[in-house]
Design a protein around this ligand. Structure first.
Ligand SMILES: Nc1ncnc2c1ncn2[C@@H]1O[C@H](COP(=O)(O)OP(=O)(O)OP(=O)(O)O)[C@@H](O)[C@H]1O
Ligand SMILES: [Mg+2]
Length: 246
């Protein structure tokens, strides 16, 4: 179980302090699929990075399976079973796709078949990619899919995907969505997926709308999605303080 208790994040700027996240409290039970959505700049990525330990909150505590992990670094959190896929994944010159998957899996002798299975889940053919380097020669969509495959290979207990749909073609996106559905159905992991995609939001047990650094609304996909889709004004009703008004 993941518990966020009063998470705040403020940065110091030349003309004072800037609040990015304000008093976020949220509990996510095991094996749930939770989607964070909301407007650009709302604070979703910052919150995900705080859970992974890439950003340190200025207030609040984070508990994972009852343990306070607020002061733990990324490596320690990874060992406790938490993984995060960047919105814009880094590239690793000199590292092949096969090595990346092998390191991620923790299995020094990861077979070609296993690599192939992970790559297939994100719509890539192993023969074309295993010996490629994860460098600038890969397209944005390719590097994104390879990073998602590496998270699958890691087999973490808590997987956080930051806009997995970004830059991914429709065919691979369909394959990826099936993969999320499958992991969820098998109860293999807790997943937090940051997404703006209707197809992914519809998979969620719970949708959390983050706007202006706060949780603006929480509810089932069935409850929230129609409200988002029906809204044709510039102000989304689920972002209105106090929740859905229509
Ligand atoms: N270190 C920082 N210094 C100043 N501003 C920051 C810092 N980190 C984040 N921000 C700002 O905080 C806000 C939230 O950013 P964040 O990346 O979390 O948004 P997001 O919800 O993921 O947006 P998107 O949907 O565009 O990915 C943005 O306005 C961003 O510019
Ligand atoms: Mg983001």
């Amino acid at each position: 179980m993941l518990e966020l208790k009063g998470i705040g994040y403020t940065v110091r700027e030349a003309d004072g302090e800037l609040g990015i996240l304000n008093d976020i409290s949220l509990t996510i039970d095991d094996h749930r699929l939770v989607v964070f959505t909301g407007p650009n700049g709302g604070g979703k990525t910052t919150l995900a990075k705080i859970i992974m330990g890439l950003v340190k909150p200025t207030s609040g505590r984070i508990l994972w399976n009852g343990q306070d992990i607020t002061d733990l670094g990324i490596t320690e959190r990874a060992k406790l079973g938490i993984s995060y896929g960047f919105q814009q994944p880094p590239r690793f010159k000199g590292l092949t796709v096969r090595s990346l998957l092998t390191i991620a899996s923790g299995d020094g002798k990861l077979s070609k078949d296993r690599c192939c299975q992970y790559l297939t889940k994100v719509g890539l053919c192993a023969n074309d990619y295993l010996d490629r380097e994860v460098d600038v020669s890969l397209s944005g969509g390719e590097v994104k899919r390879i990073e998602i495959a590496s998270i699958l290979a890691r087999g973490s207990e808590l997987m956080i995907f930051d806009e997995p749909e970004a830059g991914i073609d429709l065919w691979s996106f369909a394959r990826l969505t099936e993969t999320f559905e499958q992991i969820h159905a098998e109860g293999r992991a807790t997943m937090i997926i940051i997404s703006h995609q209707e197809r992914i939001i519809s998979l969620a047990d719970e949708v959390v709308v983050v706007g202006d650094g706060e949780i603006r609304h929480r509810g089932s996909a069935q409850e929230i999605l129609p409200k988002i889709l029906a809204d044709t004004t510039s102000i989304c009703p689920v972002l209105t303080k106090g929740g859905v008004s229509k």
